[in-house]
Design a protein around this ligand. Structure first.
Ligand code: HEM
Length: 511
């Protein structure tokens, strides 16, 4: 009898605790779906829209009639913010400048100790970001710089030559079909963007004949981007599933990519460290090595491991994100031929055909600039931003946000907010122009690069590359459909860390 009583009591306590776990939320936490054992609320996101988690989160926001929702991704509390004003508030408030220690970030680092820039926080992040940006600027990063602009023009000339004359080396068959004029996206633009960036960082470029390793690096970069998701997949919740379902969990693909990228940059840095000569400063990397050699306190961030991770973080978007964003622009140009024609008219008037478009032209080509901005709004490359984290207990929209809560400022929701855009679902570059057809930046409330102290470190470089490559392509070619081709289907785009189109071949025609 006593055993039965005890068993009943234990069962009641267990059921009550489970109920409390599912329904219970910290006092004042934003409304949201229940929390299941192990999964938290992540399973609900998958059930609502497994392909696009940012859309799933927005649907929840609508169901709960709240611009902020509270979730659990495994044990981590998460607040997702969906209205423009609060998204801005999160980005501009340093209380939210932390980064969660998701498995995704830890797995990139050989010693399981988070380094780099993207997933770093506190003094180390601030010091590294400031140092790198300060000195990369000397080599043209984030500003106008003739030497860099000449390099980019040379890269674009190589790119146009590759399109016109087809592959010259075995590895170029992955970029262009024999005979030319048929290129593979999103791979195609990345080597030229990567090379422009490498010329800033170490004053050298990979010649076309030797690009095989670089192309592989880009492919692995895209593999990493595509195999993660906004919350780091189930691996964030149960890292051990990688031992049971290494393939299905995405672990194998991310790990394979990660190892290649790490190896690529570590070999490169080691070569640089080995050939370092303090009497001769070759490039930005030497400046970093000089800092490493100073007698700094042990906890200082300037060491080989941090060097590798920081360089990866500063290079990774240049060889993955820029080409992906350009490919999204191509998709829209193909879907909206009248927009393409108007850009081409602008190029013909301002640049003509005797030279390549340059950054001086950018101010004189408002419609082109507006189209690039509109594509970045309607097809947000990083829909859930890179997750932020509350560094202390705080409040948002009247709700309690405990310290260490993951805070997601949904750039996608902001870019689709009717209260800001009135017709967000329409692709309308004119929305950024005034009555005289001039670019009106006041009308551009979009934040594709984030904002605040965590603002994308490569915004200026990326915007310049998007303009220069888009215009060089449209100056010279039309995007057309070859027999058997069909127009891009946006619903097939992948959601990973960033949005990428599936690999597709595009036909070009000389204008
Ligand atoms: C179209 C291209 C790009 C887009 C849309 C983009 C967008 C973003 C976004 C949304 C973030 C997160 C901001 C936040 O945490 O709130 C970010 C961070 C970052 N981006 Fe970009 N990015 C692009 C290209 C680049 C390039 C080319 C570089 C460098 C060469 C770069 C370097 C970085 C770095 C280092 C961070 C981390 C900043 C930090 O955590 O402090 N990005 N980017």
């Amino acid at each position: 009898m006593l055993t039965l009583l005890l068993l009943s009591l234990v069962s009641i306590i267990f059921i009550y605790q489970s109920y409390k776990y599912v329904i219970g939320r910290p006092a004042g936490f934003p409304p949201g779906p229940p929390r299941l054992p192990f999964f938290g609320s992540y399973l609900f996101l998958l059930l609502i829209n497994y392909k696009y988690l940012h859309k799933a989160a927005l649907s929840l926001s609508k169901w709960y009639k709240s611009d902020i929702i509270g979730l659990y991704v495994g044990k981590y509390p998460v607040a997702v913010v969906h209205d423009g004003q609060t998204v801005r508030e999160v980005l501009n408030n340093q209380v939210y400048d932390g980064r969660p220690g998701l498995f995704l970030s830890k797995m990139r680092d050989a010693d399981d100790c988070v380094r780099g820039i993207f997933f770093q926080e506190g003094v180390l992040w601030r010091e590294q970001r400031r140092f790198i940006l300060r000195y990369l600027r000397d080599f043209g990063f984030g500003r106008r710089f003739d030497q860099l602009e000449n390099v980019i023009a040379e890269e674009i000339t190589d790119m146009l030559d590759l399109i016109r004359n087809g592959p010259r080396y075995e590895h170029e068959h992955q970029l262009v079909k024999p005979g030319g004029y048929r290129i593979q996206l999103p791979l195609f633009f990345n080597p030229f963007s990567a090379n422009s960036h490498f010329s800033i960082v170490y004053n050298e470029r990979v010649p076309r004949a030797e690009m095989a390793k670089l192309i592989k690096l880009i492919q692995f970069g895209l593999q990493f981007q595509r195999n993660a998701d906004d919350y780091g997949r189930l691996l964030s919740i149960m890292p051990w599933i990688r031992h049971i379902w290494p393939e299905a969990s995405g672990y194998n693909k991310m790990n394979e990519a990660n190892l290649y990228i790490y190896q690529y940059f570590s070999e490169f840095i080691d070569r640089h460290i080995d050939s370092y000569d303090e009497s001769c400063e070759r490039d930005f990397l030497d400046l970093y090595i000089t800092e490493m050699k100073k007698d700094l306190p042990k906890e200082s961030g300037f060491n080989r491991e941090q060097f590798i991770m920081a360089l990866i973080d500063f290079s990774f978007p240049a060889f993955t994100a820029v080409g992906s964003q350009l490919s999204l622009i191509v998709q829209y140009l193909m879907l909206y031929p009248e927009v393409t024609k108007r850009i081409q008219r602008e190029i013909d008037e301002v640049v003509g055909c005797g030279r390549l478009p340059d950054l001086e032209d950018r101010q004189k080509m408002p419609y082109t600039e507006a189209t690039i901005r509109e594509t970045m709004r309607i097809e947000t490359l990083v829909p859930s931003d890179v997750p932020h984290k509350a560094l202390e207990d705080t409040e948002l929209m009247g709700y309690r946000i405990p310290k260490d809560t993951i805070v997601v400022p949904s750039l996608y929701a902001m870019h689709m907010d009717k209260r800001i855009w009135s017709d967000p679902e329409n692709f309308r570059p004119e929305r950024f122009l005034d009555d005289e057809g001039k670019l009106c930046l006041k009308k551009d409330m979009s934040l594709p690069f984030g904002a605040g102290k965590r603002l994308c470190a490569g915004e200026t470089f990326a915007r310049n590359m998007l303009f220069l490559i888009t215009t060089a392509m449209l100056q010279n070619f039309d995007y057309v459909l070859a027999p058997g081709d069909s127009l891009p289907d946006l619903s097939k785009n992948f959601n990973g860390l960033i949005i990428t189109p599936p690999d597709f071949w595009v036909q070009l025609k000389e204008r």
